[in-house]
Ligand binder design. Structure first.
Ligand SMILES: Cc1cc2nc3c(=O)[nH]c(=O)nc-3n(C[C@H](O)[C@H](O)[C@H](O)COP(=O)(O)O)c2cc1C
Length: 256
């Protein structure tokens, strides 16, 4: 898979199908993690890989409370190894570099999982002490992320991103924008496109309104910031999933 495709299509997956993940694939994920950059190449991380369903259940019940952790066949707990970094970079190493190092490792795991056709989710909301206890960790290790990995049961659509211009200060002289993300948003409206198949199409920021899309299909498309409203959607599928399910889960996530 192209890196850009992995970046754009990676999603936080919170529903997993049952199915064993071969150990080789898990090792590939850890390999991707250890190839992340780290300050001074000190590699201050340690990974606990959990397949055991009893331990996953305890992680859910005692440390995290997020149910999808019990569905995911594999949990990778990414830890900072405190002894590795602080000695070299002092307070900055301890409080800043350690977090950055492990975050880079987590992102490599997520992108590699996408590349391998696996779903994953980064979880940061857990009780460190409980997790340390459950996994009987050495006291110098601090868990910073749980990565749930498995075959996606449900592939969510892309949550909206803020526009690039809103989150970027371009300093100095810059050419007028020409990239896809900054181009005028496209519009499709007031037409009958029943049964249409969109395959490998850039639908970035496209607005579709008052269109019959019934029985249509969208797959392998860039759906970032796509807007669909007042359309007929019965039987419409996005990457094999019913669009109504996707829209419902997206709107649930956006409830204030
Ligand atoms: C530091 C961090 C902590 C996160 N913690 C959780 C979490 O505890 N539970 C969860 O369901 N998702 C968690 N996420 C995933 C985000 O909710 C998700 O990345 C975000 O909504 C954007 O969706 P996307 O990953 O599909 O692009 C976390 C992400 C990050 C980077």
């Amino acid at each position: 898979m192209e890196l850009s495709k992995a970046i754009l299509t990676r999603r936080s997956v919170r529903s997993f199908r049952q199915g064993n993940i071969p150990d080789d694939m898990i090792r590939e994920l850890i390999k991707a993690a250890v190839y992340a950059p780290s300050a001074g190449n000190c590699q201050p991380w340690h990974f606990y890989v959990v397949k055991d369903s009893g331990i996953r259940k305890r992680v859910y019940e005692e440390a995290c409370g997020q149910e999808f952790l019990t569905d995911a066949p594999v949990l990778i707990i990414v830890c900072i190894d405190r002894s590795e970094s602080a000695s070299r970079y002092g307070e900055r190493g301890k409080t800043l570099y350690n977090i950055q190092n492990t975050a880079a490792a987590v992102q490599n795991i997520l992108l590699s999982a996408t590349d391998m056709g696996l779903g994953s989710c980064w979880c940061g909301d857990f009780d460190e002490r409980s997790l340390q206890e459950i996994l009987q960790m050495d006291s110098r290790r601090v868990p910073v992320a749980i990565v749930a990995v498995g075959y996606a049961g449900f592939e969510p659509s892309a949550p909206k991103r803020k526009p690039i211009d809103e989150v970027t200060a371009f300093i100095g002289e810059w050419e007028a924008c020409s990239g896809e993300e900054t181009s005028e948003a496209g519009k499709i409206e007031h037409c009958d496109m029943g049964g249409t198949v969109f395959h490998d199409v850039n639908l970035y920021r496209v607005e579709i309104s008052d269109v019959n899309l019934a029985e249509g299909k969208i797959f392998d498309c860039n759906l970032s910031n796509l807007e669909i409203y007042d359309c007929r959607l019965d039987g419409m599928k996005v990457n094999g999933m019913d669009i109504n399910n996707l829209l419902q889960s997206a709107s649930e996530r956006y409830q204030p």
